[in-house]
Design a protein around this ligand. Structure first.
Ligand SMILES: Nc1ncnc2c1ncn2[C@@H]1O[C@H](COP(=O)(O)OP(=O)(O)O)[C@@H](O)[C@H]1O
Ligand SMILES: [Mg+2]
Length: 374
């Protein structure tokens, strides 16, 4: 029996483990927290991410390793890679850990990227702001997620407080993109070089954190789709990538601009559990374990809604036909992703009727507009 080791024990690891079990692949998760939510569905080693003894133990007990978040110390993983394959590779992980390397990579691969500047000092910041103007976005190069580690500078008075907030960290200043909408493209590559793409998802963020995603995008422009897939393919091929890769994009005047990559399964692909024959989680497991890739085509349309902070009572939601409930087994906490729900229907009219029901129950009429406008 194949055994997959997963570094990081959050909801992504939990859903990877659930997908692995369907294929009779067992999982062993490493996480510093004894109550890491993946531990409810998988065996768990409780240890820090830089505990080399624990990492070695994980590598010894598993056939292949993966990770569920970007900030795994790359050096420790590099050591393991000699003994046990690590997918996706440590090279792409190191790039994805640093917004500057990530955006430099986009440039090298001829992937359109909004203006950005490396910031190491106050004079750097002043000079960069001369170029971008206001508003601009100041971000830490490392460790940011769900909108954390970033500040929007709307006017010159915002510069000093933002500088003081982040001083001492390597930073990047980005032009503030007045995008028309946001989307993401998720693909999977096998060790043999086979590539499959999921339909693009249209994403809505609230304060930098993903709120909901709709996929496939109805009437998506064929050129935009081809460009997005080509961008993703360039990265997959450059790194001889194995597993699922996500590229987040801003769309401006119908053209996609790269925002960031995630070398892993992604929140904007959760709809694929219910909305495709083979979810992003299953395909990631398949790719890592050397199995053939599965069908990424959508079954009708899906809307995925995140539960952030706390999980509502499921009963009223479960009355909606086509609704799938995915709690993560996490304690409620402000700003924390604690679960998601996905609506999936093969028929467009039925889907819209279900979205109206969900929007009413959730008190969010924008959901209806979101799925009907595209
Ligand atoms: N330069 C930018 N211009 C406009 N909006 C941005 C910019 N950078 C980030 N955002 C908004 O914040 C969200 C989160 O930022 P992102 O760079 O993806 O960081 P992370 O997801 O790692 O927290 C984006 O999806 C987008 O909605
Ligand atoms: Mg993001």
């Amino acid at each position: 029996m194949t055994r997959l080791g997963i570094i990081g024990g959050g909801q992504l690891a939990r859903m990877l483990a659930q997908a692995a079990h369907k294929l009779d692949i067992s999982t062993l998760v490493l996480d510093p927290k004894a109550d890491a939510c993946a531990g409810q569905v998988s065996e768990l080693i409780q240890a820090e991410y830089d505990d080399q003894t624990a990492l070695n133990q994980l590598a010894e007990q598993c056939d292949v390793l993966t990770y569920d978040f970007e900030n795994v110390p790359a050096a420790g993983l590099q050591q393991l890679a000699g003994h046990c394959p690590v997918f996706p590779g440590v090279d792409i992980l190191a790039v994805a850990q640093d917004r500057l390397s990530e955006k430099t990579l986009f440039g090298e691969l001829d992937i359109a990227v909004p203006e950005f500047h490396a910031i190491n000092s106050r004079p750097d910041l002043l000079a960069a702001l001369e170029q971008t103007g206001y508003p601009a976005v100041l971000k830490t190069r490392r460790f940011g997620y769900d909108g954390k580690g970033q500040s929007i500078l709307r006017q010159p008075e915002d510069m000093e407080p933002a500088w003081r907030r982040f001083e001492g960290h390597p930073l990047i200043l980005e032009q503030f993109v007045r995008y028309d909408w946001e989307c993401s493209v998720i693909g999977v590559r096998s060790a043999e070089g086979e590539i499959a793409y999921y339909p693009l998802a249209r994403n809505h963020h609230n304060h930098g954190i993903l709120d909901y995603s709709h996929a496939p995008i109805p009437n998506l422009d064929a050129g935009l789709k081809a460009t997005a897939q080509s961008y993703l393919r360039r990265i997959l091929e450059k790194f001889d990538y194995v597993g699922v890769l996500t590229l987040e994009l801003f769309v401006v005047n119908g053209q996609p601009y790269a925002n960031e990559i995630a070398p892993r399964v992604h929140n904007s692909g959760h709809w694929s559990i219910d909305g495709t024959a083979c979810s992003q989680f299953e395909n990631h497991v398949r790719a890592c374990c050397g199995l053939p890739l599965g069908d990424t085509r959508a079954i009708g349309e899906s809307l995925m809604l995140n539960w952030i902070g706390d999980l509502p009572d499921s009963a009223p939601y479960l009355k909606i036909d086509g609704l799938h409930w995915h709690p993560y087994g996490k304690q409620a906490r402000e700003g924390r992703k604690v679960g998601h729900a996905t609506l999936t229907a093969a028929d467009r009219e039925v889907f819209h009727a279900q979205v109206r029901q969900l929007a009413k129950l959730h008190g969010n009429p924008e959901l209806v507009e979101f799925v009907t406008q595209s």
